[in-house]
Design a protein around this ligand. Sequence first.
Ligand code: ATP
Ligand code: MG
Length: 422
Amino acid sequence: MAKTIQAIRGMNDCSPTESPLWQWVESKVRNVLQSYGYSEVRMPIVESTPLFARAIGEVTDVVSKEMYTFWDNDEQLTLRPEGTAGCVRAAIEHGWIYNNEQRLWYMGPMFRHERPQKGRYRQFHQAGVEIFGIANPEIDAELILLTARLWKELGIEQHVSLQLNSIGSLEARKNYRSALVEFLQQHIDLLSDEEKERLEKNPLRILDSKNQALQDVLNGAPKLLDYLDEESRVHFAQLCTLLDQMGIAYEVNPKLVRGLDYYNKTVFEWVTNALGAQGTVCGGGRYDGLVEQLGGHATTGVGFAMGLERLVLLVQEVNHQIALPRAVDIYMVYSGEGTTLPAFQLAEKLRENLPHLRIMTHCSGGNFKKQFKRADKVGANFALVIGETEAATQQVVVKDLLAGTQQVLSLDNVVDYLHKAF
Ligand code: ATP
Ligand code: MG
């Protein structure tokens, strides 16, 4: 036998038994987004590399070590590691946001060269939202309400909690950065080599260090919230008030800064304890400078992205109530001279009249016994049986596979009968 070829590490197949749950999660996501009046956009999976370098920032983990980049003749291209950059690029390119508000969403694969583990893959999927042209905190609150509604729909609301912070303006962050660096320099011996490098390039990232000794010290570090500019302070206070009034629980986490450069003001993450180390299921925030930074007219932005693998894992972990649709409702069984055509015709007639039913036609020959086995295996409720007698008399045997009963119906009555049965 020829040698088999395997999938790339960290890039998963979705099996026929897993896809119903994925479809269920995706349809919940889609329905909730649409129920808020948001519009879907679809962007390419490949973009030119400088887009990500400029949008996400050269010194972030994503750009500095996680991107899949290659040359296409003399152009450097990258498999998208996230959706915001491409969405902003498209919005500017097509004038979607020129003097116009937009509430957009997308869903699809993202690529990051990370060490694969549970909840962390090299090809993973995100659903994301980007809102352009709305500056006030009401829309930040709406995004959080929307995600909270989705958690409820997915049955995971008891297992996620909201972390919230404001990282202020660029100016405020600069001031804070100096204070933080000064503080960290007094504890330099606690910093790993990587963190020492971050101290120069991106010191705010040190706040989410995994090092417990450093974390203890960081509790005494200057707090970003104390350095906020007035506008960001008011924005954050209004957001918190609206969330309180709407009954959304959150924890203000002064150490939450998010990995990407483009955020300002509001940042948030939904986290869970149920997935081990990969606890963030959704992260987002405001990025009022990004559109201008990428060459568009100054337009505010706010959005989030959620990891679908982590949501699927979480649903599997905590929600055991889901009734996923059966792949097959009715199995069409036929055997003998002249039975193929009436079976095919009946199956098509049912699909025409009862489009919500899933009807599988046997197709692969063999005796009745083999075919009934197959019907059981695919989980069908009913088998419709056409033998030579039925073919000759324009009839069909309707077998209820769960109840173990059966009856003979004329072909003309089958649609009515099944309509009532399902
Ligand atoms: P993490 O801290 O877990 O690396 P991140 O801050 O890099 O996450 P974002 O860039 O904010 O993640 O992406 C939003 C969401 O996408 C994350 O909260 C997570 O649910 C999901 N996600 C990010 N990277 C991966 C990955 N490699 N595999 C699976 N899901 C991912
Ligand atoms: Mg990451």
